[in-house]
Design a protein around this ligand. Structure first.
Ligand code: GRF
Length: 202
């Protein structure tokens, strides 16, 4: 299977996928990463992709006349690599209609909270501020809402009294990387179906 990974930041989730493919080999992992896309330049995620010898593309909202134009450009840039699955790994933009028309049902996102609690851009901060005692991460399919698509897998992380946002996020990201690698590998190897809100991986 062919994967396009979308990133906006440090790209440690991308790195975990790259490492898993390198360690297990494309055959046994079930997929190869064919390109990495981003919504901004000069991020560590793109450097990781370049270091791995992968093609990259950048699609910035500000280079387009409208959000719809950006969405179409992102969909076209992604489609050029003919992915079977798209992985949004810390991609901090909400994709639009055109992107979903092409990749809906085969685009996976990772979110640093236990959805449906604490969706949005500040999942870690919001769980902490709420006083939750456990949080975690969720790997789910992308739909037209904000972190609302069918859930594939979740990992739990305890919140400690002394936690601040960055300490907690680091512990979540450790669980998140393992979860994402596991989910993407299983989806790629086994195939899947989405039945309402239920994701079935045979
Ligand atoms: C992850 O926790 C992701 O869920 C969140 O941003 C983080 C991205 O980390 N939205 P990285 O860029 O993969 O290191």
């Amino acid at each position: 299977k062919r994967l396009v990974v979308l990133v906006s930041g440090s790209g440690t989730n991308l790195q975990a996928l790259l490492d898993a493919v390198a360690a297990q080999g494309v055959e046994s992992f079930g997929a190869e990463i064919v390109a990495v896309g981003a919504d901004r330049e000069d991020i560590a995620g793109l450097e990781r992709a370049e270091r791995a010898g992968l093609p990259t593309f950048v699609c910035r909202v500000k280079d387009h006349a409208s959000r719809e134009d950006w969405d179409r450009a992102l969909a076209e840039a992604t489609a050029a690599y003919e992915p079977d699955l798209v992985v949004s790994a810390g991609f901090m933009k909400i994709v639009g209609k055109e992107f979903l028309a092409r990749f809906g049902g085969r685009c996976v996102n990772t979110h640093p909270a236990l959805l449906p609690s604490f969706p949005g851009a500040h999942g870690v901060r919001d769980a902490l501020a709420y006083g939750a005692k456990v949080t975690g991460c969720t790997v789910h399919f992308v739909d037209d809402g904000v972190d609302t698509g069918p859930i594939i897998a979740q990992g739990v992380v305890e919140i400690r009294d002394e936690d601040d946002e960055s300490a907690l996020h680091e512990r979540i990201k450790e669980v998140e990387r393992t979860l994402l690698v596991d989910v993407v590998g299983r989806l790629a190897r086994n195939g899947f179906s989405i039945e309402g809100r239920k994701v079935v991986i045979p």
